[in-house]
Design a protein around this ligand. Structure first.
Ligand code: GLC
Length: 436
């Protein structure tokens, strides 16, 4: 095991600069990414031997556990049959459209059947191919299938020395390419390949162009991220929402502070925070990949189930305001988020102010306003400065976020593009409606 790794070494990946060609040409990318852009919301799953210890997926590194002491966990990792059915059902209930599971995390243990190592679930305690079960479960719910694969490996003897030893690099790169080949040939059509931590090699060292070429050769419809040090199809801001300029992006986030199961981590996000984050991603044209860290037996922590169930209930009523949303430039409010779909602007009120909701800076003429979930029309007035929605109930009609839909006159194309108004001069930082 390499003991010199630090989180800092391994983070900062989003900033990877590379002159290498992006994956595929633009037309191919638009075709491959269409479903993903529409989907907006996916489930990330971190599951591995660290789940047995329940102290975060970096426990091996952060507690300095030697390989020889960590390895026996592979015998103890014996999940109940098909726990992924529960995950996939929960993802679907939460309004998610795709799932991305760790096939191998940094610890090196493979959940799939690999001919290249015996450190894999079928040859250890589990005695079966957990990736196969996962793929079947995801497909059974009609969701898209994603594989996360960490390039970094704390278990493989060449995982660290490959940096300075060419023979080790050759072996290790062949090993990782070989595993990716296995993942993309053993389980039918795969929709997303999510590389992680390329430490300690650069794109040349990883032969990343060759890697992507192989991936697209095996799976012509797949999309790949940017963590093999090439731009890929989408970038991956982590634990933060930050739109990438001119490129697709997906914010990935934990539900508490850990990706892998951490029994004592109680820093849970509220359903409201999750919905607000999803809305923020959708407003800026991004996706939200939200994580669960199942226990070693495969069961999902009760808090995670509770949170995602509440999010799902909200999505049952409001998914249409997020899914397939267009980029929306309206963004100024202390109590609302915003999304836009075509001509309709959705005001997502997360701190309900009472009978009146006000949106400033809209120069678009509003023709009609309604509570989205119930379809109930609501009164409003509009002047140069603001839209005032009035006569609302004192308590929020929907939870954790109430959506109000504002529509302009049908014949006003294009959507929400209007001249500057005095509002803009009065509030220079207020939102200006510009083409989405
Ligand atoms: C970081 C962490 C890792 C996690 C990943 C998810 O790279 O090292 O534990 O899997 O982020 O994006």
């Amino acid at each position: 095991m390499n003991t010199n790794l630090s989180r800092r070494d391994c983070f900062g990946l989003a900033a990877i600069a590379s002159n290498a060609v992006a994956a595929g040409d633009e037309a191919s990318r638009a075709r491959r990414m269409k479903w993903w852009h529409e989907a907006k919301f996916g489930m990330f799953i971190h599951w591995g031997l660290y789940s047995v210890l329940g102290r975060h997926e970096w426990v091996m590194e952060q507690e300095g556990i030697p390989v020889a002491e960590y390895e026996p966990l592979a015998k103890k990792f014996v999940p109940k049959p098909m726990p992924m059915r529960e995950w996939a059902k929960l993802a679907k209930r939460a309004g998610m459209k795709y799932m991305v599971m760790t096939t191998k995390h940094h610890e090196g243990f493979c959940l799939f059947d690999s001919k290249l190592t015996s450190y894999c679930a079928p040859k250890q305690g589990a005695g079966r191919d957990l990736v196969k079960e996962y793929v079947e479960s995801v497909r059974a719910e009609g969701l898209r299938v994603g594989f996360y694969h960490s390039l970094m490996d704390w278990h493989h003897p060449d995982g660290a020395r490959c940096e300075k030893d060419e023979a080790a690099r050759r072996r290790f790169v062949d090993y990782i390419h070989g595993q990716i080949n296995e993942l993309l040939t053993q389980y039918g059509k795969i929709d997303v390949l999510w590389y992680d931590v390329p430490w300690p090699l650069d794109a040349a060292g990883w032969e990343s162009e060759k890697m992507n070429k192989m991936v697209f050769g095996l799976q012509p419809d797949i999309i790949v991220n940017n963590r093999n040090r090439l731009p890929g199809d989408f970038s991956t801001p982590e634990q933060r929402i930050e739109a990438a300029k001119g490129a697709a992006w997906e914010a990935c986030m934990t539900m508490n502070d850990s990706w892998g199961y951490h029994a004592a981590d109680d820093a849970w996000k509220s359903p409201k925070t999750v919905v607000r984050n999803l809305v923020t991603c959708a407003r800026q044209g991004g996706n939200y990949l939200f994580n669960i860290g199942p226990k070693a037996d495969g069961s999902i922590p009760a808090d995670s189930v509770k949170i995602l169930t509440a999010v799902g209930q909200w999505m049952d009523r409001n998914a249409a305001t997020v899914r397939g949303a267009d980029v929306c430039t309206v963004n100024r409010s202390n109590y609302c988020g915003f999304t836009r779909k075509g001509n309709t602007l959705y005001v997502h009120v997360h701190f309900w102010p009472g009978e009146t909701v006000v949106v400033a800076g809209l120069t678009t003429k509003v023709k009609s306003a309604k509570l989205f979930a119930s379809g109930k029309p609501v009164k409003f007035t509009q002047d140069d400065w603001r839209v005032k929605i009035t006569g609302l109930p004192a308590a929020a009609p929907d939870n954790p976020v109430t959506v109000i839909a504002l529509s302009p006159p049908v014949k006003v194309p294009p959507a929400w593009v209007y001249p500057r108004s005095p509002t803009v001069r009065a509030f220079p930082v207020a939102c200006v409606i510009v083409p989405g």
